[in-house]
Design a protein around this ligand. Structure first.
Ligand SMILES: NC(=O)c1ccc[n+]([C@@H]2O[C@H](COP(=O)([O-])OP(=O)(O)OC[C@H]3O[C@@H](n4cnc5c(N)ncnc54)[C@H](O)[C@@H]3O)[C@@H](O)[C@H]2O)c1
Length: 359
């Protein structure tokens, strides 16, 4: 019998997908004990639908529940930092939606708290999981792909007034950013996950699609620590919706599936550039074990990590890397400077990437 960890889901929007994809599929590992939401209808509907025992309005009540192992934070972005810190201080394990927090200084404070806490922290980057992306990762990690050359990332999605009718969205104070921070953060994470760390970034952001404070079009040119180059483009004004990551390495060119919200699931285009790479890929993938996509695998690997059976599938270091891109991007767009990584406390945007006047 495996250990079953008890979970409280806080926020029933994307939190519902955590339940459906992550916990219902892993019932031998997790039990959703509580649903916490300010919205009573949402709370009741979810509790009824999934047979959840406890309906909680006040987040602080969760901190005092001795039989609760994990707090899964799915609230709007500006609430992540205080909730994650409070949950870690209470000794709970924590899962937190993106963005983990709202600045590099906050992420550093979370990482310090994580070291002190007996709880473990896993930020959400569910797009990393699925057969397509995991096969690409295996080929790169096995050293078959060779030297990285160039990569492109396109996040071409669509959002309109309906989406922005939710009050916290579209505003710097509550959403903390637009397409860069909220949407393209997933494909950009995939890029660094597969291609490596960034050395410098030159980027531009613009608001052209919706009547909102934050940006909805972006573009950047990046140089990686390895010397490889990359380009990022994203908009919320695309007619159809695709996510496309295309990476050219010495021995193989890799292109993601284009399914906007689950690009990692279907098998990716893997194009070997020579017979040796082709043969090595065939051997590597011959006995491939299925990797279910998105939250199903992320939550399962979280359980493995809690049980000491594997590494944490997404870490606060991964979140820091993603938020460093966000910070550099906004800074570069405003100053027209090429921004060198890493970004530490000396950087003018270390305490907030939000433009002055909107904080
Ligand atoms: N990983 C992904 O693919 C993905 C997709 C969508 C959203 N998100 C992220 O998830 C977070 C939530 O987004 P959403 O679209 O689900 O938003 P949402 O507005 O649909 O849901 C948020 C819920 O949180 C509740 N809430 C707000 N304040 C609360 C509080 N103090 N205590 C308890 N509940 C509270 C609200 O009542 C609401 O039901 C955001 O950070 C967003 O960026 C991630």
């Amino acid at each position: 019998m495996s250990k079953v960890y008890t979970v409280a889901v806080v926020g029933g929007g994307i939190g519902r997908s955590h339940i459906v994809e992550g916990y219902e599929t892993n019932k031998d590992r997790f039990k959703v004990l509580a649903i916490c939401d300010l919205d009573a209808t949402r709370r009741d509907n979810l509790a009824d639908e999934f047979g959840i025992e406890r309906r909680v309005e006040n987040f602080d009540e969760l901190l005092a529940m001795d039989d609760l192992d994990i707090i899964d934070v799915c609230t709007p972005p500006m609430l992540h930092f205080p909730m994650v810190i409070a949950a870690l201080k209470a000794g709970k394990h924590v899962i937190c939606e993106k963005p983990l927090v709202g600045s590099l200084s906050e992420v550093d404070a979370v990482m310090a708290e994580e070291k002190r806490s007996k709880g473990k922290l896993m930020p959400v980057f569910q797009y990393r999981f699925g057969n397509g992306i995991q096969q690409a990762k295996a080929i790169i990690d096995a050293g078959i792909a060779g030297k990285p050359y160039v990569g492109t990332v396109e996040t071409l999605w669509r959002r309109g007034p309906d989406y922005y009718s939710v009050p916290w969205r579209g505003k710097w104070k509550s959403e903390l950013g637009g397409v860069l921070m909220t949407h393209a953060i997933h494909p950009h994470d995939i890029f660094t996950y597969l291609m490596g760390d960034i050395k410098s970034l030159f980027g531009r952001v613009a608001t052209r699609v919706n009547a909102i404070e934050v940006e909805d079009c972006i573009s950047a040119s990046v140089e990686l620590q390895s010397g490889a180059l990359g380009s990022f483009t994203a908009t919320l004004g695309s007619a159809d919706e695709i996510s496309r990551i295309r990476l050219a390495f010495e021995n193989v060119t890799i292109e993601s599936d284009h399914e906007a919200y689950n690009p990692g699931k279907a098998l990716w285009k893997i194009l070997p550039r020579n017979d040796e790479a082709k043969a090595r890929i065939e051997v590597l993938l011959a006995n491939w074990q299925d990797v279910p996509s998105r939250f199903e695998t992320q939550m399962r690997r979280f359980w493995d990590a809690l049980e000491g059976l594997g590494p944490m599938p997404v870490t606060s270091t991964d979140s820091r890397r993603a938020l460093e891109i966000v910070t550099a991007f906004y800074h570069s767009s405003e100053t027209h400077e090429d921004v060198a990584f890493p970004l530490g406390p000396e950087h003018p945007r270390y305490n907030s990437w939000v433009p002055e006047g909107f904080r």
